[in-house]
Design a protein around this ligand. Structure first.
Ligand SMILES: NC(=O)c1ccc[n+]([C@@H]2O[C@H](COP(=O)([O-])OP(=O)(O)OC[C@H]3O[C@@H](n4cnc5c(N)ncnc54)[C@H](O)[C@@H]3O)[C@@H](O)[C@H]2O)c1
Length: 392
C-alpha cells in the first residue's frame, strides 16, 4: 500500500477521529496539509500520533499545493457546499462528512453537478452504513426475512451532556448546522429510506425547544451522582458559554411521521436530554420483526408466527464514542474503495436524499402541516435530468 497524502479542510473533532480510525485499521497516511482557522481536532490527532501537516490559510491555497490522494472535508455544515465544490474542482478523491449539504437549494445544485458526471469519487461519512449491525439489518430485509416491510418505529435519545454540547456548539444555529435532525439523524433517515425501499411521500413533524431554555437554567448545574460540573466541555468553533442561555435556534426534541411512496409508515422520536439513552429501530414486516438496538449494538429478530425464543445477535465492540467500531469499519470500506475500486456502502445521491428527507421533515414542522414531498422530489429529479441526458 502506498502512503496516502491527505489534505484536510476543517480539522475538527470528527475528521481527527476518522483519521485516527484510518490509522488504527492500517492505513499508511500523512496529512500533507490542512486548513482550519482553529483546529479543534488537533489534540485528538496528537493523541493518535498523527502529525497535523502544513497549515494553509485557505482551501484554495491548500488545494493548489496538491497533488493529494484524498481530500477530507470536516468543516461545519454550512461550509460543506463551498468546500465540496472546491474539492471536486481539484479533481482528487474526496471524503466529506455528513450532512452532505445544509439546504434544499444546495442539494439540487450538487445533485445537478454530480449527475453531470466528470467528478472525482465522493465518499460520504454516513458511517452507520458501515456498521456490521446495520449491514445485518439491511441484509435480512433484502433477503426477505421480514417479508414485506409494513411499519417502522425509531428513536434517538441522547444523554444530557451530548444535548448540552449540541446546545453550545455551532450546531445550535440553523445557519451553521441546518437543524437538530439534519445534523444528528440524517444517518438514520438514510437507513430508513433504504429499509423502506422508497422515498417519503408525506411527512409531518412536531418539535421545539423546551429543554435548553433560559427558564430552566441553573447557576452551576452538577451531575447528581458525582457532583461534577454538568455540561462542562469545550464547545469548539463559535461555541456558546451556557447551554441554557445561548442563542440556539434549533429544536432540542422532535417527533416525525413519514408515509413512504410504497405505503411503508414510520414514526420517529428524538430527545437530546434523557436519563435512558436509546437509538433503536423497530422494523415490522409481514413475516417477521426486528429490533436493532444501536446503543448496545444488539439485534433481535423473530418470525411473526414463531413461538421460539427470538434470535439475538450481540455485535460487541461497544466504544465510548457510541460509534461501536463504525469508524474503523468505514475506514476499511474507504480503503477498499480507493485500493480496489470496491463499492462504498453509501452514494452521494443516497446522502442527498437522506438530507432532503430531513429538510422536508423540518419544513413540515415549521408549517405545522402534513407536507407532500412530491414537488421536492420532482425538483430534485429535474435538477439531475437537466444535467445528464442519460438520467432523464
Ligand atoms: N459521521 C459522524 O458520525 C459525525 C460525527 C460528528 C460530526 N460529524 C460531522 O463532521 C463535521 C464537523 O463536525 P465536528 O464535530 O468535527 O465539529 P468541530 O467543531 O469539532 O470541527 C469543525 C472544524 O471546522 C473548523 N472550521 C470553521 N470554519 C472553517 C473554515 N472556514 N475553513 C476550514 N475549517 C473551518 C473549525 O475551526 C473546527 O475545527 C460536521 O459536518 C458534522 O456534522 C459527523
Amino acid at each position: 500500500m502506498k502512503t496516502y497524502r491527505i489534505a484536510v479542510i476543517g480539522l475538527g473533532q470528527r475528521i481527527a477521529h476518522v483519521l485516527g480510525a484510518m490509522a488504527e485499521v492500517g492505513w499508511r497516511l500523512e496529512i500533507a496539509g490542512q486548513t482550519d482557522p482553529a483546529p479543534v481536532g488537533a489534540p485528538i490527532l496528537e493523541g493518535f500520533g498523527i502529525a497535523q501537516g502544513r497549515d494553509f490559510a485557505t482551501p484554495q491555497a491548500l488545494l493548489a499545493a496538491g497533488p493529494y490522494d484524498l481530500v477530507m472535508v470536516g468543516s461545519p455544515n454550512h461550509l460543506h457546499f463551498e468546500h465540496l465544490n472546491l474539492a471536486l474542482d481539484a479533481g482528487w478523491p474526496v471524503f466529506a462528512e455528513k450532512p452532505i449539504v445544509r439546504t434544499q437549494a444546495e442539494s439540487l445544485a450538487l445533485a445537478a453537478r454530480l449527475a453531470a458526471g466528470r467528478t472525482p469519487s465522493l465518499f460520504l461519512g454516513l458511517v452507520m452504513r458501515s456498521m456490521p449491525i446495520v449491514r445485518e439489518v439491511v441484509g435480512r430485509i433484502d433477503a426477505g426475512d421480514l417479508g414485506e416491510i409494513i411499519s417502522v418505529d425509531a428513536t434517538e435519545h441522547l444523554p444530557p451532556e451530548h444535548g448540552g454540547y449540541l446546545a453550545r456548539n455551532w450546531r445550535r444555529k440553523q445557519a451553521w448546522g441546518g437543524s437538530y435532525l439534519l445534523d444528528k439523524v440524517c444517518h438514520d433517515f438514510d437507513i430508513f429510506g433504504r429499509i423502506a425501499g422508497a422515498r417519503p411521500a408525506k411527512v409531518a413533524s412536531f418539535g421545539g425547544r423546551r429543554i435548553f431554555t433560559v427558564e430552566r437554567s441553573e447557576s452551576a448545574p452538577r451531575n447528581w451522582d458525582t457532583g461534577e460540573a454538568a455540561y462542562a466541555f469545550d464547545p469548539g468553533w463559535q461555541g456558546a458559554n451556557d447551554a441554557f442561555q445561548s442563542d440556539m435556534d434549533v429544536t432540542d426534541h422532535q417527533t416525525a411521521m413519514i408515509e413512504y411512496e410504497n405505503q411503508v409508515r414510520l414514526s420517529f422520536h428524538a430527545n437530546s436530554h434523557v436519563g435512558l439513552t436509546e437509538r433503536r429501530w423497530y422494523v415490522a414486516g409481514t413475516e417477521g420483526t426486528l429490533i436493532a438496538d444501536l446503543v448496545r449494538n444488539r439485534l433481535m429478530v423473530r418470525r411473526a408466527l414463531s413461538r421460539a425464543r427470538p434470535e439475538r445477535i450481540d455485535f460487541g465492540e461497544r466504544t465510548a464514542d457510541a460509534h461501536n467500531g463504525a469508524d474503523q469499519a468505514m475506514a476499511r470500506d474507504l480503503l477498499a474503495s480507493l485500493e480496489d475500486g470496491a463499492a462504498f456502502p453509501v452514494t452521494p445521491f443516497d446522502s442527498l436524499e437522506a438530507g432532503l428527507t430531513v429538510m422536508a421533515i423540518d419544513e413540515a414542522m415549521e408549517s405545522g402541516e402534513v407536507l407532500d414531498c412530491r414537488p421536492m422530489w420532482a425538483r430534485y429529479d429535474a435538477a439531475m435530468s437537466s444535467a445528464s441526458p442519460s438520467r432523464s
